[in-house]
Design a protein around this ligand. Structure first.
Ligand SMILES: Cc1cc2nc3c(=O)[nH]c(=O)nc-3n(C[C@H](O)[C@H](O)[C@H](O)COP(=O)(O)O)c2cc1C
Length: 273
């Protein structure tokens, strides 16, 4: 079955959809009105680009992913200058206010993040939001316990050199794993999906980038992710669906400090041919 309907009365036959469809599933009909043959419908990835790029709004997907109309005042978009400042001002946030982010705000951000690209528009990312700060503390405690076991074992582990300082920080009352953040976002997906890791990293990057627009800050939780791949206690605590694994994790909350500047970075290394 075709996954789209094209309204012949509003279609201007401009052919944009033919060029836009990533798999070339839309063809020119006899009177030049485009159509998707029923026999290729199963290959449609439901990316919605034919709908999004149609100048006349003549394409109606048969799947339910339509988004509310974009209002005129936000249609203009963001200037490159403003975007450059916004993106460069993104910082890893490691100090948080003792203030919860309400669920509606988190859902609003994830509603943006679900538009991040994924291989073949597979959209494999699921979210486990650790909303309870006590549960975040528990994840830190389990991670530190796992680190103690790694340190005590004879096995080689790349984290061994840094583990003593992390344990010392924890024992002095700090949280070196989740940085005292009130919340953690866990991106998880079926372990068998070979593209899910990349898609999850992209989605988390969007989450981190979107956060400041909501007054929030975030930081990749690398230690937590490494522990979650090995520690059975941590896996049991997270209780992900059967067959799913943690792809990556990110802590977030209201930042304690404001970002004023933009630190230096290496110049872009570019070659041209
Ligand atoms: C994959 C990845 C894992 C990271 N893990 C941690 C972490 O476990 N703890 C932490 O404090 N920062 C972590 N970071 C943050 C980096 O240290 C940070 O991005 C880097 O120092 C650059 O600073 P900026 O993000 O403010 O530009 C991680 C970053 C990435 C990309």
């Amino acid at each position: 079955m075709s996954t789209i309907l094209i309204d012949p009365d509003t279609c201007s036959k401009c052919g944009t959809c033919l060029h836009i469809c990533p798999l070339g599933l839309i063809l020119k009909g006899e009177d030049s009105t485009p159509f998707m043959p029923d026999e290729v419908g199963a290959f449609c990835s439901k990316c919605g680009n034919c709908e999004a790029f149609c100048p006349e709004g003549a394409i109606y997907p048969e799947y339910s992913t339509r988004y509310p109309e974009i209002s005129e005042d936000v249609k203009q978009g963001i200037t490159p200058g403003a975007l450059g400042i916004y993106m460069r001002q993104r910082r890893s946030v490691r100090n948080y206010q003792v203030k919860l982010v309400d669920r509606e705000t988190i859902e609003e951000i994830l509603d943006i993040v679900r538009y991040s690209p994924s291989g073949m528009n597979n959209q494999p990312v699921h979210w486990l939001i650790i909303h309870d700060p006590a549960e975040v503390h528990k994840l830190t405690r389990i991670t530190i316990d796992w680190m103690r076991n790694v340190l005590a074992s004879d096995a080689l582990h790349p984290l061994k050199p840094v583990i003593p300082s992390l344990i010392a920080a924890y024992e002095s009352g700090k949280d070196p794993i989740c940085r005292g953040a009130p919340h953690v976002a866990i991106a998880h997906a079926p372990a068998a999906n070979p593209m899910a890791f990349t898609d999850s990293i992209i989605a988390l990057s969007w989450l981190e980038l979107a956060a400041p627009a909501f007054g929030l800050g975030a930081c990749w939780a690398g230690f937590l992710k490494i522990a979650a791949s090995s520690s059975q206690e941590l896996k049991d605590e997270l209780g992900l669906p059967e067959g799913h694994e943690v792809q990556y994790a990110m802590m977030f909350g209201y930042p304690e400090y404001k970002v004023y500047g933009i630190p230096g970075r290496e110049p872009a290394r570019i070659s041209w041919k």
